[in-house]
Design a protein around this ligand. Sequence first.
Ligand SMILES: Cc1cc2nc3c(=O)[nH]c(=O)nc-3n(C[C@H](O)[C@H](O)[C@H](O)COP(=O)(O)O)c2cc1C
Length: 375
Amino acid sequence: MGVSRRTVLAAGFGGLALVAAGGAWRVTRLPTTAFEPWDLDPTPPTDIRLDAFRHAILAPNPHNRQPWVIRLVGEDEAIITCDLDRRLPVTDPFDRQTTIGFGTFLETARIAAEERGVAMEIDPFPHGSDDAVLDARPVAALRFVENGAARDPLFGQIVRRRSNKEEYDLSRAVADTDLSQIVAAGGGYTNDPERVSVLRDEIVTAIETEMTTHAANMESVELMRIGHREVDANPDGIELYGPIIEAGKLAGMVNREALADTDSTGFQQGLEMMRATYGSIPALIWIATLSNSREDQLEAGRQYVRANLQATALGLGMHPMSQSLQEYRAVQPMFARVHELLGVGAGERVQMLARVGYGPETGPTPRWPLESHIA
Ligand SMILES: Cc1cc2nc3c(=O)[nH]c(=O)nc-3n(C[C@H](O)[C@H](O)[C@H](O)COP(=O)(O)O)c2cc1C
């Protein structure tokens, strides 16, 4: 899946300084309502389910589509389904990554419920599932049981967690002790420079392939929210904002057509930036499953968000890079080599691959408010 192009156009639009100078009041505006769901009211809702879900909607998820639909049932149950209009048919043809994003959502809800002394029981796909595609059947049925459940130490990281897509400090190694803590819930890691180097080649080739494969690139372009107004109006997808973007938009240089055109300067700069960030790998972690069932995918999501929260607790950035794990034809050579290089067993499926390192702090990404997820 896609990439954040927040700063794609950060360089090379020097001419826009004039526009920026003339219209500073217009170009310095930032999105506002898009980030409100991160600003949790210190008084939690009395319904424990709503407390769990206001945290769960902050979970990492592919292309930030937030496809979670919540139906509250009775006093202590909920049914979770997928908004089928929010899938990613090109880069996620079997809804594998979308399902992983339900795993991150469920685990985050579970951690938040425990903070209130309530266990969240998860019945995955209670009416069965289809391996080829998600459908209207529930992804999970949940029951909240007050039993004085032990608190999870990762709770405090939920609002601090990010997918950190910046370049990392390559002079700072990531310690084995930290990496093994990060994958404590499941997964492997490497900080061996030689192993990282061969994997880096595949990872970078895969992102280049995604950006230069028309259908895959267009899936990203169509989800771009360009400028603060679009980000606030549709707080999901790939957010592009900040003075350079606003100035480029005003000047008619930053728009979907330009970003879709692989010959444009903006696109070429974006590709360069992706090579730089995806190639900035002090260490890698991955999560693999023995088979590739829907339940496996949910479990991978649960493990991944725990890894991301643990990295946050340790002051480390984490950035998933999924292109070499995807199913469409153009990336199959990278898919095969990454599986081979990671040395997973026959039949095992790598579900998540992420770089880990020390990077600059980043802000949160947009979210729809909780109310919009309640059916
Ligand atoms: C299954 C899955 C796959 C992802 N793949 C990528 C990826 O290939 N590239 C990327 O930049 N981010 C990837 N992400 C991160 C999402 O873009 C990110 O979670 C989302 O934009 C929300 O941002 P946040 O995690 O900072 O809250 C992935 C996340 C998940 C759960």
